[in-house]
Design a protein around this ligand. Structure first.
Ligand SMILES: Cc1cc2nc3c(=O)[nH]c(=O)nc-3n(C[C@H](O)[C@H](O)[C@H](O)COP(=O)(O)OP(=O)(O)OC[C@H]3O[C@@H](n4cnc5c(N)ncnc54)[C@H](O)[C@@H]3O)c2cc1C
Length: 226
């Protein structure tokens, strides 16, 4: 397991399976991470969305270190420690849709990194729009990679909105995601399939925005946590 950090309170965990083989999963799925005791038995487990592409040789997670039972102990782990992995699970999956819109709040960006990395790896053709809400510029997880993905793949666009600051030199959006913000960047919202992941309040608010934009419920996949 290797660990590095990107933004305050969020750590990136990369798990390299001892077998050398990453479990097959679809972008958007989560896996259970287990902390193990000295005998290798699981002492605690929590679900985390996979951020890496299925074609990566490791499984990556972006974890908000909230100081709870799991994250308090994960904070003490170091590169080379062994953790348990179980899964995949979850139905909020991406299956290659060509008009895809993703809405993330906070570490809810993880499943969409897996989807966008997979779109880029496979060079899928289409339009892929990410709306990403985060508190301030320092909390944009995967900031540099999101810029690289947009340069590399002409169909990928990221709209980042800051909810707790509005810096003068910021060229993105500010404030919570609204139906006006969505239709400004995506006037044909109802032609897209939608995936939404983040705190339950954001998921509920975005679902209402999408209903106002006449997105059919069958085109929505939602996952709330945090
Ligand atoms: C399907 C699914 C996917 C998930 N994917 C991710 C992921 O990719 N990254 C990630 O960081 N988390 C993810 N989570 C949340 C994760 O499973 C844990 O709930 C989280 O890490 C907290 O666990 P804990 O044991 O440290 O906290 P607990 O001991 O369970 O809780 C401790 C305290 O912290 C509060 N708390 C818990 N979570 C948060 C939070 N996110 N922000 C603020 N306060 C909190 C609780 O309300 C509680 O008061 C996911 C959850 C689900 C259901």
């Amino acid at each position: 397991m290797s660990v590095d950090s990107t933004v305050p309170d969020v750590r990136i965990f990369r798990l390299i399976p001892l077998s050398g083989k990453v479990p097959a999963f679809l972008p958007g799925q989560f896996m259970f991470l287990h902390l193990l005791d000295a005998s290798g038995a699981s002492v605690i487990r929590r679900p985390y969305s996979v951020a890496s592409s299925p074609s990566s040789p490791y499984v990556e997670f972006a974890i908000d270190m909230v100081g709870g039972q799991m994250t308090g102990r994960l904070a003490l782990t170091k590169a080379g420690d062994i953790l348990g992995l179980e899964g995949p699970a979850g139905h909020m999956v991406y299956r290659g849709e060509s008009r895809a819109a993703f809405v993330a709040g906070g570490t809810g960006i993880s499943p969409f990194m897996s989807m966008l990395r997979s779109v880029s790896d496979k060079n899928l053709q289409g339009r892929f729009l990410l709306f990403y809400s985060t508190r301030d510029r320092n909390h944009i997880v995967f900031s540099e990679e999101l810029q690289e993905l947009q340069k590399k793949h002409p169909g990928i666009k990221a709209v980042i909105t800051l909810t707790r600051e509005a810096p003068g030199d910021w060229h993105g959006e500010c404030g919570r995601i609204s139906h006006e913000m969505i239709s400004k960047h995506l006037p044909d919202a109802k032609e897209f399939d939608w995936w939404v992941c983040g705190p339950p309040g954001l998921v509920k608010a975005v679902r209402e925005c999408l209903a106002r934009l006449s997105v059919e419920p069958k085109k929505l996949k939602l996952e709330g946590w945090g």
